[in-house]
Design a protein around this ligand. Structure first.
Ligand code: FES
Length: 159
């Protein structure tokens, strides 16, 4: 678990706070998952258990909802999360060459986290800024008009 993000609070406590905030309504499952993911950095197994008990929805059902959404992670993530746009407009703008450079620089595959816990690499569908493709997002920063030679400098900005 990313202690920094949870401020030392336990998983159960965080789930309880989120469930209470949404009045334990099943219909609010997606916002609840988003909030837990945002707070902890991913959804750990014990969070699924607690959520299931609190809102009375089978864990398997919650898990399939969580795994459907790209922005929700069920595995621990790195300190920085890269979301690389793999939709067609970015692809035709030269995204594949940039993507190959990102893979080479990080030495990990999509869905993976680097051994030092620094990076998690993900692909995503359109980020809504196709006019400046190719595009990738690192944490909350968006980078557009990317070329392969910009990649090392951009990655180098992150500690
Ligand atoms: S296709 Fe990449 S941002 Fe839209």
């Amino acid at each position: 678990m990313n202690i920094q993000k949870t401020n030392g609070r336990g998983v159960i406590e965080i789930v309880d706070l989120v469930v209470d905030e949404f009045h334990a309504k099943k219909e609010e499952l997606i916002p609840m998952l988003m909030k837990i993911n945002q707070t902890i950095g991913y959804i750990p197994n014990e969070a699924f258990d607690r959520l299931s008990t609190r809102i009375r929805v089978p864990k398997s059902q919650i898990y399939s909802v969580a795994t459907f959404y790209h922005m929700i992670s069920t595995k621990p993530v790195g300190r920085h999360v890269i979301k690389f746009c793999e939709s067609a407009p970015c692809h035709v703008a030269g995204g594949y060459e940039v993507w190959k450079t990102v893979l080479k620089e990080l030495g990990i595959q999509p869905g993976d986290t680097s051994e030092d816990g620094k990076w998690t690499l993900m692909t995503t569908s359109c980020l809504g800024v196709c006019a400046v493709g190719p595009v990738m997002m690192i944490d909350d920063d968006i980078y557009g008009n990317l070329t392969p030679d910009q990649v090392p400098g951009i990655l180098g900005k992150y500690e």
